[in-house]
Structure formats: structure tokens, C-alpha cells
Design a protein. Structure first.
Length: 125
């Protein structure tokens, strides 16, 4: 806190994932971590007020991180196509799109203890 300007113009945004709501097999530790972030955001918002604390919860996003899951470019394309076809939007998240959630968290001086979801509708299908 000593390194942050006090007031609602300052904010911290954390990142979570849909595994907090839709657990994946063999993802016990990551699921527990993403699930616990909501409670931490609430607690930090009270402790750090008037600094704002929010959470951005993401579904799959086409980044270098997702590329590590696949051995070849063809396998990556098949994986992304499979994820896309199962989402409501018919697409996988792009970094430039989900970045808007973080920008919103920084710009809205009245936003705190909020969860911004960007998941292509994968929480309902």
C-alpha cells in the first residue's frame, strides 16, 4: 500500500479462470487457486480501501500459453477449433479482446470487488 496512491484512481486487478466454476479433471490445485481468488479480492478490497480491487475471470485465450499445450501447429489449430466450436460465441478469446476487461477495471473509478467474465459463454454450455 505504501507504493500506491490512495484513492479510487488506484486499482489492482487479479486474473482467474473458468476452472473456478467448471473444474477440469486433474486440475485440483489450479481449480482451488482460481476459486479462492474471489474471496481474496473481497478481503483485499476491504483492507486496501479506497484502492479498488477486481478480478478478471477468463476462459481459453489464444496466447503463447495455450500453444504450450499442443505439440504442433496443426494440433494447436485442431484444439482451438474444438474449443471454439463448443463456445457460445463460436470463437476462442483473443488477447486484445480480453485486455479490454482489465482496461475497464482501471478506468471505472466506481468498480471494486467485481468479477469481469470473458469466456465466450463456456460457463453455460
Amino acid at each position: 500500500m505504501k507504493h500506491m496512491a490512495p484513492g479510487p484512481a488506484s486499482s489492482i486487478s487479479f486474473t482467474s479462470g473458468i476452472s473456478a466454476y467448471r473444474p477440469y479433471p486433474n486440475w485440483n490445485a489450479p481449480g482451488a487457486y482460481t476459486g479462492s481468488l474471489e474471496g481474496m479480492v473481497r478481503s483485499l478490497a476491504v483492507e486496501m480501501k479506497p484502492v479498488r480491487v477486481n478480478l478478471v475471470c477468463l476462459g481459453p485465450v489464444d496466447t503463447d500459453l495455450i500453444a504450450r499445450w499442443y505439440s504442433t501447429p496443426d494440433e494447436r489449430k485442431r484444439g482451438i477449433d474444438a474449443i471454439s466450436s463448443s463456445s457460445v460465441t463460436g470463437a476462442i478469446g483473443q488477447a486484445e479482446d480480453v485486455a479490454e476487461g482489465y482496461v475497464y477495471c482501471m478506468k471505472d473509478y466506481n468498480l471494486t470487488v467485481s468479477i469481469i467474465n470473458s469466456n465466450g459463454g463456456l460457463l453455460i454450455v
